[in-house]
Design a protein around this ligand. Structure first.
Ligand code: URA
Length: 433
């Protein structure tokens, strides 16, 4: 005989639909029953939409997070005998910060377990970028992750299927039901995975602006506060930086070209914004892990972070000296007049890179590692008529037309002295203890 279920999904959906609160027991049951397939996708879709429309209390969000955490395993790195610290970004255009950040922080003797994902839509995925190295392996066993943290100090790899399986199922459903952009669902999704990963400290890079999930800073602030509270409640030292994603980060959007730019940062150079954010996040991660006043700039400039990077690529089967793939076709867009670049919209450029083949429309699609965009100017830069503004890279020239459509009207050259797109400072706020 089948076990008697504690609740009825329809009752719970009605409660949320009518703006009621779900109890801890109801949320525990819902997440568990959905994970084992008793609650159907149709029912969970209705629930996700009710949450999207009516929200959840802080207590409900905490219960949702803990229920998704309990759906899988929780890693434990205490046997390493050193502190662990990690960073999570809510995703943006040209956001390659994880690549230089992991080895930089690990070079201070703090373990960095960076369990990452693949890109979907216009925001890139860290694993897709690293797979530009032929032979580099994203999938590691828990034992391999532990060994790499012990021997190299840091690891960037795929989050295993055992971590928060309820979230994997629910996130895939949200993706096709228009329910991704709900703060309770984003917060519980991200934090259940990060708590499961077993890190002792966590810094959240919460983006706002055109290229971010949440466009306005107020909603990003609310998301950041919610996630910081969830982390602290679970015993993870957590803070957040609110960072500007109105303009692409750095001068590259894609995969292989973003690796190239990350290596420049690890060599002490690279674009100023990528270096600034890498340094700020590294300081935050180290402080939360108990390493005060670390000379982070020095570790970039003297090659220590680069040594850790090279060791980590090698440990996962890649060759850090391998040439990055190059696309078969290029299309250069030039300035049509003298003046100053006033605008460069992150979302439009992100979509263009995706249309060139750098991203995927469906989870199972491959990405083209050499596809993407190199920017030759940023807002505020003076340009001359005929000067290259950006270069599109693709393997199939047929992709250029749709990519160009996406950036139409997304950039603008004006007279010297005209107002440059007001992106504000790159790092707008810090949230945390
Ligand atoms: N990233 C996640 O892991 N989950 C979300 O809900 C949104 C972004």
């Amino acid at each position: 005989m089948n076990a008697v279920e504690a609740f009825d999904a329809v009752d719970l959906i009605r409660t949320k639909r009518d703006r009621g609160e779900l109890s801890t027991d109801q949320i525990d049951w819902l997440v568990d029953a959905y994970t084992r397939g008793y609650v159907a996708d149709e029912q969970m879709s209705a629930m996700a939409m009710a949450i999207f429309l009516n929200g959840m209390s802080r207590r409900e969000i905490r219960d949702m997070t803990m229920a998704m955490l309990a759906s899988g395993e929780r890693l434990d790195f205490s046997a390493l005998g050193k502190p662990t610290t990690d960073k999570h970004s809510t995703g943006g255009v040209g956001d390659k910060i994880t690549l230089p950040l992991m080895p930089l922080v690990a070079s201070f003797g703090v373990a960095v377990p960076q369990l990452s994902g693949r890109g979907l839509g216009h925001t890139g995925g860290t694993l897709d970028k690293l797979e530009s190295f032929p032979g580099w392996r994203a999938e590691l066993s828990n034992e391999e992750v532990f060994a790499q943290l012990r021997d190299v100090g840091g690891v960037i790899c795929a989050a295993g299927a055992g971590l928060a399986p309820a979230d994997k199922k629910l996130y895939a459903l949200r993706d096709i039901t228009g329910t991704v952009e709900a703060i309770p669902l984003i917060a519980s999704s991200i934090m259940s995975k990060k708590i499961a990963e077993g890190t002792g400290a966590l810094v959240l890079d919460v983006k706002f602006g055109s290229g971010a999930f949440l466009k306005d800073i107020e909603r990003s602030r609310e998301l950041a506060r919610t996630m910081v509270e969830l982390g602290e409640d679970a015993g993870v030292a957590t803070s957040a930086l609110l960072t500007n994603m109105n303009v692409p980060l750095g001068l590259t959007i894609g995969n292989a070209n973003e690796v190239r730019e990350s290596v420049e940062v690890l060599a002490g150079g690279g674009p100023a914004d990528v270096r600034e954010l890498t340094i700020a996040l590294a300081r935050e991660m180290l402080e939360l892990a108990g390493v005060a006043d670390a000379d982070v700039e020095r570790a970039l400039d003297d090659g220590r972070a680069m040594d850790t990077w090279r060791a980590s690529i090698r440990a996962q089967g890649g060759d850090p000296d391998a040439p990055m793939p190059v696309a078969k076709e290029q299309h250069v867009v030039t300035a049509d007049r003298d003046g100053v670049l006033l605008r460069q919209d992150a979302l439009s450029f992100g979509i263009a890179a995706w249309r060139l083949g750098a991203g995927r429309a469906r989870k199972e699609d491959p990405v083209q590692h050499a596809a993407g965009i190199d920017l030759h100017a940023k807002p505020g830069d003076e340009v001359r008529a005929g000067q290259p503004l950006f270069t599109l890279h693709a393997d199939q020239p047929a992709r250029f037309a749709r990519a160009l459509e996406s950036v139409e009207g997304a950039w603008e050259i004006g007279d010297a002295g005209a107002a440059v797109q007001d992106g504000g400072p790159l790092i707008a706020e810090r949230i945390g203890r």
